[in-house]
Ligand binder design. Sequence first.
Ligand SMILES: Nc1ncnc2c1ncn2[C@@H]1O[C@H](COP(=O)(O)OP(=O)(O)O)[C@@H](O)[C@H]1O
Ligand SMILES: [Mg+2]
Length: 407
Amino acid sequence: MGAAGPSNDVLDEIFNRTINSRSIFLNRDVLRNDYIPDHILFRDDQISQFGSILAPILRGNKPSNIFLYGKTGTGKTVVARYVTKKLYERILKLNLNTKFLYINTRLASTQYKMLVELGAQLDISLPFTGLSLSEAASRIFDKMKRDGINTIIILDEIDYIVKNYDDNILYEFTRVNNELLNGNFISIIGISNDLKFKEYLDPRVLSGLSEEEMVFPPYTVDELEAILTDRIKTAFRPGVVSESAVKLCASLAASEHGDARRAVDLLRVAGELAEREGSDVVDTDHITKASRSIERDRTYEVIRSLPLHGKLILAAVLAAVLAAPEDINTGRLYSNYTSMARSLGVEPLTQRRISGILSELDVLGVVNAPVVSNGRFGRSKRVKLVVPREVVSRALQEDELISSILK
Ligand SMILES: Nc1ncnc2c1ncn2[C@@H]1O[C@H](COP(=O)(O)OP(=O)(O)O)[C@@H](O)[C@H]1O
Ligand SMILES: [Mg+2]
């Protein structure tokens, strides 16, 4: 056999297998994170409550601002998108000049990018730099006024933007009044994965935003199993996913809190692993392997995509763990953080903001931070790192600035 022989054979085999075998998937898109299922199970109460709060739009009246709370994977995004999609169908039929805008603030990553994205959804292009936040916001308001439109703005994962920046821009949006908009309105739907998030909001912003509140409880194991079973029908060919695999998937996804996102992600990754192995079933082994691979990737990605101060705080946690693993109190943490920030020529944030970012890291499952009230530190609080040190260190090293102080 020639030198190129074996590798060609391997490739041929892979390609032939793909061509000759049927995919175990019927439609893998229904396992994507942004897929809106036709049936949303166990959320009838939230759907009807949310629908009733928004229904006045159909008569041209301003609905209350609403806050949706619940841990990750409790169906907040999917319910909000489902209800607003249905409402929008009615709005089109009625020929109303009303628009829904949707932003995930974590994905937008900065307040300014969030405004650029809002602008884009209204067909105005804001320059990528050069405007102050309030100038950018006024251009958005001007456009709404010129077009005479009512807008409902969904700010998903709103806790991210507030904890990592401040709430001034939200204040502008809650404060904007009839006069400024020429009789039109803006309603805000805020969605937060952190139930404690309210403590980080200025009381003026909080009262403006949470005229109505809805809570999404975690799913039970049985509910997760039903959600998975329903999704499997459209995602996989019949009989591909074993019953024990579904059970394992549901119980892993319920181990911290009943998290449907984790359940669906596990199923997707397990399916991909099975397909790559050429297996025509998805079994418990695939779920177990998927779980390990998701955890590793998730922690790494979460840390790598933190904003600068989030990374600095984590670097400070890491330094504290290495110095005295049993005793990371927030005082030590704050002084580590402050000196690290200064050594990079970065102005340190206030303790209140740091406390907000720590709580965000807690929600993301990177640290265990004590519950604090009013966004302030208590003296005796302890912080714990709950992911492997080497993953933290490896992810932080990827940031040039941070890696210079880790040495
Ligand atoms: N009640 C439900 N019925 C069917 N699928 C659901 C339900 N709740 C959540 N899901 C699915 O779980 C995943 C995560 O839901 P999502 O709404 O994004 O959670 P959250 O926004 O609360 O973090 C999505 O893929 C969604 O399709
Ligand atoms: Mg969500």
